[in-house]
Design a protein around this ligand. Structure first.
Ligand SMILES: [Zn+2]
Ligand SMILES: [Zn+2]
Length: 139
């Protein structure tokens, strides 16, 4: 879709960008790739970072390290933030990146209401995947 290199952090230029963030502001979709370090630094001091310190992973109950950005996209910014531990984040991010890449390649021709609907479907698919994955991981 564009010339942006896969896997390179858009903030520091490091080649370990594992965080793929999608935001929709006024119907305009933006995607960003960041390494975990820049992602966590970007959160530092924000209200969501404070909430995260007390939070537990929504899938396995482990120590939360990142907010689940997909839940916000699908349900809107008023959503109570949902958090993930590092291990669940890595897995859900892998699944999400793959699905979002497919969506991205199709979404240029879609109206934003349709894009949001697709994102919500993707979020549900990831949730289902994660619940199964956590059970397998912990057994
Ligand atoms: Zn970085
Ligand atoms: Zn977890």
């Amino acid at each position: 879709m564009d010339s942006e290199e896969q896997g390179v952090c858009m903030n520091c230029g490091g080649d370990h960008a594992t965080v793929f963030l999608v935001t929709i502001v006024s119907g305009v979709k933006e995607s960003r790739r960041l390494c975990m370090k820049c992602h966590v630094q970007g959160l530092s001091g924000s209200p969501i970072h404070e909430a995260m310190k007390q939070a537990r992973c929504c899938f396995c109950g482990g120590q939360a390290v990142v907010p689940d950005s997909l839940a916000n996209i699908a349900n809107g910014p008023e959503t109570v933030p949902v958090f993930l531990c590092l291990s669940c984040f890595a897995e859900s991010n892998t699944v999400a990146t793959e699905k979002l890449r497919i969506l991205e390649s199709e979404s240029d021709s879609l109206p934003s209401s349709e894009q949001k609907k697709r994102l919500r479907e993707i979020t549900e698919q990831i949730e289902t995947h994660m619940r199964r994955w956590v059970i397998q991981r912990d057994n």
